[in-house]
Design a protein around this ligand. Structure first.
Ligand SMILES: NC(=O)c1ccc[n+]([C@@H]2O[C@H](COP(=O)([O-])OP(=O)(O)OC[C@H]3O[C@@H](n4cnc5c(N)ncnc54)[C@H](OP(=O)(O)O)[C@@H]3O)[C@@H](O)[C@H]2O)c1
Length: 335
C-alpha cells in the first residue's frame, strides 16, 4: 500500500503495545502519522506510550495526558485485549464490554476525531448459521467461549453508536512473527496448537483440516487498519483474510515445516464427545477442540468490499511463524 495522504494525522491506539497493536502502530508511523499508544503498562515500541485503562472513566488518563490526547487525536484504533480463549466472563466482559463502552464514551469527547476503527474478530460470529457477510452479526448463534461472546458484545456496542465515525475491521487468526520480537505467544488462540503439533502429538480435524481458517499475517492486517483510517472506512464493516486462503491443514503444515516436522493431522469424523476426549487425552488444549470443524460459512466476496489495491501478506509468513518459534526467548520474558 502506498501509505497515507492525510497530513496531520494523530492516531491514538488503544492496546497499541500488543501483538496486533504494535504492527498497526508501525504501519501508521511508516505512513507519516503521529502515533500515541495507550495501555495499562504505558510501554510502546513506537511513538509515545501513555498509561491508561479502557475500563476506567476517561480511559484512566492523567489530567496532563488527558488534555493533550483530547486536543490532538484525529484518529483512534480500538485494539485492546484480552485475547485468551480460557478467560472467564469477568475479565472478558470488563474489557470487551465495559471497556468498549468507556472507550466509545471517550470518543464522543474528542473534538478533532475524524475516524476510528474497531478491530473485531470473525470469532464474534461464534457458531453462526447460514452465509455470513459483513452485514450479519447476530444470527442466533451460540458461542464457543467467553472470548467469542466478548468480541460479539464489543462489535454490538460499536454498531449501536450511529453518531460516531467508527468502522469495524474483522480478522480471523493473525499470524507471523511478533513485531515486538521474541517468540510468538502460544498461550492463546490457534497458536496453542503449535507446541502440541511440534511435539509430534496428533490433532483431530474434520476433513483433515481441508477447510478455510481465514488466517492472515500481522503486516497485511495492520495495512488494512491504516487503509480503514485513511480511506476512510466511515461506519462500514470490512473483513480481511489472506486472499490465498490457506486451509487449516496447510497452516499447520507450513508452521511446522521449519522444524522438519510433518504435523499428525487425523480425520476427526463428525465431531463428538469421543473425539474431544481423545484430543484432550493426548494433550491437545481443550479449547482447540471447539475449532476442529469448519467454523461457519463466510462469503469470500466480503473481501471485495475493501477498496483495492490490497496489501500483500508477507511471503511465507506461516514458515516465518514456525521459524520464530525456534527462537530461544519468550517475548513475555523480555518486557
Ligand atoms: N491476534 C489475533 O489473532 C486477533 C485476531 C482478530 C482480532 N484480534 C483483536 O485485536 C485486539 C488485539 O489483539 P492482540 O493479539 O494484539 O492482543 P495482545 O497482544 O494481548 O494485546 C492486547 C493489548 O491490549 C492492552 N490492554 C489489555 N487490557 C487493557 C485495558 N484494560 N486497558 C488498556 N489497554 C489494555 C494490552 O496492554 P496492557 O496489558 O499493558 O494493558 C495490549 O497492548 C484484540 O481486541 C483482539 O480481539 C486479534
Amino acid at each position: 500500500m502506498s501509505g497515507m495522504n492525510d497530513p496531520g494525522m494523530n492516531v491514538l491506539i488503544l492496546g497499541g503495545s500488543g501483538f496486533l497493536g504494535t504492527a498497526v502502530a508501525q504501519a501508521c508511523e511508516r505512513g507519516g502519522a503521529t502515533v500515541r499508544v495507550l495501555s495499562r503498562s504505558g510501554r510502546t515500541a513506537v511513538g509515545e506510550g501513555v498509561r491508561g485503562d479502557v475500563r476506567m472513566p476517561r480511559l484512566g488518563l492523567s489530567s496532563a495526558d488527558l488534555a493533550r490526547v483530547r486536543e490532538q487525536t484525529t484518529h483512534v484504533v480500538l485494539c485492546f485485549g484480552s485475547v485468551s480463549w480460557t478467560s472467564g466472563p469477568g475479565e472478558v466482559l470488563e474489557t470487551h464490554s465495559s471497556g468498549m463502552r468507556s472507550a466509545l464514551a471517550f470518543l464522543r469527547e474528542l473534538p478533532a476525531l475524524r475516524q476510528a476503527v474497531h478491530i473485531s474478530s470473525l470469532l464474534a460470529l461464534g457458531r453462526a448459521k447460514g452465509r455470513i457477510t459483513n452485514r450479519e452479526l447476530y444470527t442466533g448463534q451460540r458461542f464457543r467461549n467467553w472470548y467469542e461472546y466478548g468480541k460479539y458484545c464489543a462489535e454490538r456496542l460499536v454498531r449501536d453508536t450511529p453518531e460516531l465515525p467508527v468502522g469495524v475491521v474483522r480478522f480471523g487468526p493473525v499470524l507471523g512473527p511478533d513485531p515486538r520480537g521474541g517468540r510468538p505467544d502460544t498461550r492463546h488462540g490457534l497458536p496453542m496448537a503449535f507446541p502440541h503439533l511440534l511435539a509430534g502429538y496428533p490433532v483431530h480435524l474434520a476433513r483433515r483440516g481441508d477447510f478455510p481458517c481465514w488466517i492472515t499475517d500481522a503486516t497485511s492486517a495492520a495495512q488494512i487498519v491504516l487503509k480503514a483510517l485513511t480511506t476512510p472506512i466511515g461506519r462500514s464493516t470490512w473483513t480481511w483474510f489472506d486472499p490465498a486462503m490457506p486451509t487449516l491443514g496447510e497452516v499447520f503444515t507450513e508452521v511446522c515445516r521449519p522444524w522438519g516436522v510433518v504435523p499428525k493431522i487425523v480425520e476427526a469424523g463428525p465431531l463428538g464427545r469421543f473425539t474431544r476426549l481423545i484430543g484432550e487425552r493426548v494433550g491437545a488444549p481443550k479449547e482447540l477442540t471447539e475449532y476442529t470443524e469448519p467454523w461457519f460459512d463466510l462469503d469470500v466476496n466480503v473481501l471485495k468490499e475493501i477498496p483495492e489495491p490490497w496489501p500483500v501478506p508477507d511471503p511465507d509468513y506461516l514458515g516465518a511463524t514456525g521459524e520464530a518459534l525456534r527462537g530461544g526467548t519468550e517475548r513475555r520474558a523480555l518486557v
